[in-house]
Write a new protein. Sequence first.
Length: 461
Amino acid sequence: MFENIRRDYLKVLFIFLIASSIFATSQSIVTTALVPIMEDFNVSSIIAQWTYSIFLLTLGVVIPLNAFISRRFKAKTVYISAVSCFIIGSLLCYLSWNIITLIMGRILQAIAYGIIMPYTQILLLKIVPENQWQMFMGIYGISIAFTPVLGMILGGYIIDIYGWKNIFSIFIVLSLFTLVLGLLFVKVDFGCEDYPLDIASAILSFVGCFGVIFGFTNISQFSLISINVIMPVIVGVICLVLFFKRQNRIEKPLINLNILKNRYFTIGILVLAIGYFMYNGCTALIPIFVQGIASYDAITTSLIVFPGGVALIIFNFVGPLLATRFGIKTPIFLGCTGLMIGHILMIFFTRDSSVVFLAVSQFIRYVGFGLLFIPISTWAISMVSDKSEDASTVYNTSREIVGSIGSSILVVVTSALAGGEIGPNSVSEVAFTQTSIILVILTAAIFIISMLFIKEKDEIY
C-alpha cells in the first residue's frame, strides 16, 4: 500500500491528517452545547445557532483560496499558520465572555479548518501515485469522519460533567500537541512558487460564496421570499458569475476553471453536488421528523443517527477498496442501491414508527453515502489529475455551497408542504413522505447519470 511513496512524505501527510481530524471535530460539536450557551450568555436559540452557522459560512469563504495557498506557500508555513490560528480561536472560545467573542473564536477555528482540510487533500494527491488515490482518499475520509462522530458522543458527556467551555480546553491541548508535531517533523518542501494573489478574484469569491451560503442559511429564520434571503443570494450569484468570467481572462487565476471543460470531471462534480444536497438536507431534516413529528427526544435522535455515522466511517474506506478492486461502477451501484432503499423506507415513516425502524433506514442510507462520496470524488479529480489543486478546490467549495443549500431547502420544502409549520400531525407526516419521494427521484438521477457517463479512466483516455 505504501510502495513508491517516500517515508518522509508519508510522515508529513499523516501529521496533516491528525490535525485535520482534530479540527473536523470542532465543526459540529458545538451543536451539543447550544442550550447551555443560550443560558450562560442569555441569548436566543437563533443567536446561539450562529456559533455553528458562522463556521459553515467561513469555510465557504476560505476553501476557494486553497489552490492559491498550495501553490504559494510551503507545507510547514501552511501547517503552523493553520494550527496557530486554531489554537488562538479555541483559546478565545474558552475565555469567551459573551456571544460575540465566542463567534469570533469560531471564525478563527473555521479559518484553520478551511485551510488544513483541503490542503491535506491536495497534499495527498501530490505525493501519492494516482493508482493509490482511492485507498488514501479512503483513509482521508475516515480521518475527517471518525472524530466528529466520536466528538458528538463525548461532547454531551463533557458538557454535562465539566461544562461546555471545557470542550475548547481539550481542543487547545490537542492542537498544541499537533503544533509540536509540525515543528518537529514537517520539514519537507513540496514545492511552491511566487504565485500572485488576484485581489479582485479573491473579493468576488468571498462575496459570492458568502452571499449564497448566508442567504440560504437565513431561510430557517426568514421566509423563502424574504429580502434577507433573496438579496444575499442574488448578490452572491452575480459575484460568482463575475468570478467565473474573470478566471478565464487572467493569466494567473485564483482557480483554474478550465478543468470544468473536462466533461467527466464536471459530471462527477454534478453527481457529488446532488449527493451532498441530499446528505446535508437529511442531516437537518431527520432530527426535525424524529423530534417534531414523531415526538421523540434529543437523546433518541442521537441513537437513531449514530449507527449511520459509524456506517459512514466504515464505508468511506470500503467504497475506495471496492473501486480499486472491482472498478468505479461497483461502489456506485451498491451506493445508489443503499440510498434508494434508505429513501424508500423514509416514505413509510409515520408518527408511530419504531426507533429500530428509523435507525435501520438511516444506517442503510449512510452506507450508500459512504460507498459513493470518496470513490466518485477521487474519480472526478483523476480526470484532471495534472490540475489536482484546482480540482480539489472546486470539489470542496461546491460541497460547502450545495450542502448549505440542501440543509435549508429540504426543510423549507417539507414545511411548505405541511402548510407552513411542522408538528406531530398527519399533515406533516404526509409532507415528510412527499419530501422523501423527492429524495428517491434525486437518487434515481444520480444512478442514471453515473451509469451512463462514469467510466474507468483507461476506457476514456
